[in-house]
Design a protein around this ligand. Structure first.
Ligand SMILES: CC(C)(COP(=O)(O)OP(=O)(O)OC[C@H]1O[C@@H](n2cnc3c(N)ncnc32)[C@H](O)[C@@H]1OP(=O)(O)O)[C@@H](O)C(=O)NCCC(=O)NCCS
Length: 380
């Protein structure tokens, strides 16, 4: 137990007695959509996570009487550092009530003091957490690619922000789609056609990752020195056995039946300022190619993911990181680089982690939107 210097607030390891207070805190800050999914995610992230056998999660709360006024946790993930795999702790669910914001510091210290930490996110708060933990951002993850299909989601969010409460229900999908060209005429955000794939490769659903993926991953991972160790154990836990239900995996195989390429994609809930679901966005979480220069497989897999996501009615389709050399191919397919929105991965640098030079070298990394916890909360 640690006093924060504010008489009554204590920093404690999480215990079952804290659960009701933690749920109230979570509901206040992350809204009903995320709070409703919290218990299932908790079980998956901290209990059925295969890496807890290698490194224990840290879950800390700031407590004032019966109330939980702050929370910060970290769960283990495998990070490849120059050929060897180390279990890092990934920061998640950091929140502190405004009157007790100071508790963010001792909560972060609990995690940072464990060493070998990583974090991810796309908001100013996430960046603040990275700096509280003493981490460095990986340069590549600022490069975020988006394909806009419909502008309805962004317009609905804008209308819901500006309209008084009793008029908000009028900001429905149809009204937003009709108003979008007038309200958001910006060329970078105009609706783009779906990527067309004119080749002959067959894309098939992939139920689970296995030896075929592990062989592909051995080839691909040789092209980046750092990133999560995305073998079949990691991918099955992260995407196949995850609580989110919209995640899909697909593959193309070569003539001999070996995995030539794979893609993982899914839906994220768009939220308005009141954290209410407001439209859906698509995300390409992972792309794997046995031969990174295999443009045919890239176009077939990305085209497939975009078509499937579009059928779900998404407003945008985004991807982050992957191999930097693939970005030009994504742009040819209609994606544009987003400057205003980006996702970041942060990591401890030092003796056992990547060096300062390594975090600044975009060609050294293979990271994605599915890394860390950035897609946990809102993935549908
Ligand atoms: C994460 C948190 C504990 C950090 O607290 P802190 O160290 O006191 O830092 P602040 O709250 O002042 O904010 C950090 C940055 O986020 C920005 N920010 C805070 N709330 C914001 C909001 N609702 N929308 C946009 N930006 C916001 C601040 O302006 C600041 O940016 P700056 O450094 O460029 O000025 C606190 O912001 C929090 O509890 N937020 C709510 C939960 C949350 O969003 N958690 C992060 C999930 S990824």
């Amino acid at each position: 137990m640690t006093s924060t210097g504010q008489d009554q607030v204590r920093i404690e390891p999480f215990g079952p007695r804290h659960w009701p207070g933690l749920m109230r805190l979570y509901l206040r800050w992350f809204g009903a959509h995320a709070a409703g999914r919290f218990a299932a995610r908790w079980q998956w992230q901290f209990a059925s996570n295969p890496y807890v056998a290698l490194r224990r999660p840290v879950i800390a709360v700031a407590v004032l009487g019966d109330e939980v006024v702050g929370h910060h946790a970290a769960f283990p993930l495998p990070l490849r550092v120059d050929g060897s795999v180390r279990t890092f702790l990934c920061s998640c669910d950091m929140v502190a009530e405004p009157r007790h914001r100071i508790t963010a510091i001792p909560l972060a210290q609990r995690i940072a003091s464990q060493g070998d930490v990583l974090a991810s996110g796309g908001s100013p708060q996430a960046r603040r957490i990275g700096s509280l933990l003493g981490l460095r951002p990986v340069t590549l993850t600022r490069q975020h690619l988006i394909l806009t299909r419909r502008q309805g989601g962004a317009v609905r969010r804008m209308l819901r922000r500006r309209l008084p409460g009793f008029l908000r229900s009028f900001a429905g999908p149809r009204a937003a789609a009709f108003l979008a060209p007038m309200l958001r005429p910006g060329s970078a955000r105009r609706s783009r056609p779906l990527p067309r794939y004119a080749g002959s490769l067959q894309v098939e659903p992939l139920a689970r990752f296995g030896a075929g993926h592990d062989a592909l991953w051995r080839e691909l991972s040789a092209h980046a020195r750092f990133g999560l160790a995305k073998d079949s154990t990691y991918l099955n836990w992260r995407y196949v056995d995850a609580p989110a239900t919209s995640l899909r995996c697909a593959q193309v195989r070569d003539r001999g039946g070996a995995a030539r390429g794979e893609v993982v994609f899914g839906l994220r809930a768009g939220l308005d300022d009141d954290l209410e679901p407001c439209g859906q966005d698509g995300e390409i979480f992972e792309l794997f190619l046995a031969d990174p220069s295999d443009g045919d497989a890239l176009r077939a897999l990305v085209g497939h993911a975009c078509r499937e996501l579009d059928q779900a009615g998404v407003d945008t389709i985004a991807t982050t990181g992957l191999l930097r050399r693939w970005h030009a191919a994504f742009e040819e397919l209609g994606f544009h680089r987003s400057e205003e929105e980006h996702r970041e991965t942060w990591v401890t640098v030092g003796a056992r982690g990547p060096s300062v030079q390594a975090v600044g070298d975009p060609d050294a990394w293979l990271v994605s939107a599915g890394d860390g916890d950035q897609a946990f909360t809102w993935t549908v």
